[in-house]
Write a protein that binds this ligand. Structure first.
Ligand code: AQP
Length: 321
């Protein structure tokens, strides 16, 4: 029952990635699960090769430092031949209409004079990621469920037209996790690609930087610490973060906190305590190139072994061997 989840190195890992996804992957992963750094997905828009290389290592180091088991991890481009071979078989299974109907493609290409072909075909690459590894379940939010639906369609069509080879995956709701909002604008989620750096807390931020970012966090003029996501979204975001770090409910987290200054102080401290050990381990790994390379190579070997037979069979069934 393989579950597959990925993180795209489109920027540095932030508190939202950590509390909403990575810490859960570390705490609840099962032996068959796979986690990967989807660095090939970071190329659908302008990118700097050197930065992409660094961010790929950075994301891998954060995953390991957070406690995601090394034997369930790999970097997508370490299997670039495998992923691209299957992506081609699936591109020739997918219609142009299906690819161009993807909502994310429409949204991300709207108003852009020059749209990369990769932006159109990226859901097919995602289908290849899913099908190559025999994934049965893909934990995704609403924004990615259409892509999993496409992977299901392509798996069924390939199985019917050429022969049974792919597990037909299903989208499953990720375990309820914190949805962390931008500290400078709580109407939007904390995002790697946001332009307002002070609204994002990065996993590798120094403690003083974290404290400063929380001190500047947007709240409101009431100075009343209670959980109301509609009327007080900034305060609710801080309480949500505090609650996840402390393992309590947001209402419990609010108890005993007199004003916004105290709230910001408390949440800053809780986040520093939560991220501190992860930051330390990740920085140590980034210094230790030998260890990071070893983790990467072993992950790639394991993922390749697991997927090899399926890919060889699909290539043969399609008439290429
Ligand atoms: N703010 C968030 N709160 C909770 N979970 C979040 N995730 C992302 N942002 C938050 C979860 O992190 C995992 C990896 O994310 P991703 O790399 O696949 O891309 P994303 O969701 O598009 O993340 P970003 O940071 O917003 O990146 P950009 O700016 O490049 O689009 C996922 O499980 C995601 O749900």
């Amino acid at each position: 029952m393989t579950r597959l989840s990925g993180i795209t190195p489109s920027g540095e890992a932030h508190l939202g990635n950590y509390l909403g996804a990575v810490s859960r992957w570390a705490a609840h992963s099962r032996p068959d699960d796979l986690y990967f750094v989807s660095n090939m997905h970071a190329m659908t828009i302008d990118h700097d090769p050197e930065r992409l290389r660094d961010l790929t290592d950075h994301q891998l180091a954060v995953l390991v430092a957070a406690g995601v088991p090394g034997d369930r991890l790999f970097v997508q481009s370490d299997l670039i031949r495998e992923h691209m071979a299957l992506a081609w078989l699936l591109e020739c299974t997918c219609t142009f209409g299906e690819a161009s109907r993807m909502i994310q493609f429409k949204e991300k290409s709207r108003g852009s004079a020059s749209v990369r072909l990769g932006l159109l075909t990226y859901p097919v690459l995602m289908a290849a990621d899913i099908l190559l590894h025999g994934t049965a379940q893909v934990p995704v939010g609403e924004d990615q469920s259409q892509h999993v639906e496409l992977a299901r369609t392509l798996a069924r069509r390939f199985n019917t037209d050429y022969g049974e080879v792919f597990v037909v995956p299903e989208a499953v709701l990720p375990e309820a996790g914190a949805r962390v909002r931008d500290l400078s604008d709580p109407s939007r989620k904390m995002s790697k690609s946001s332009s307002e750096a002070h609204g994002i807390v990065f996993v590798l931020d120094e403690p003083e930087v974290i404290r400063r970012k929380f001190a500047r966090a947007v709240t409101d003029g009431r100075d009343e610490v209670r959980y109301d996501a509609v009327e007080q979204p900034g305060v609710a975001n801080l309480l949500d973060i505090l609650a996840v770090c402390r393992g309590t409910t947001a209402e419990e987290a609010a108890r005993g906190i007199g004003g916004y200054r105290d709230l910001k102080e408390a949440v800053g401290t809780a986040v520093i305590d939560t991220l501190g050990p992860v930051r330390e381990r990740a920085l140590a790994l980034l210094e230790d190139r030998f260890e990071l390379t070893r983790i990467r190579q072993e992950g790639a070997e394991r993922a390749r072994e697991r997927s090899e037979r399926r890919l060889t069979e699909a290539i043969a069934l399609a008439g290429l061997a």
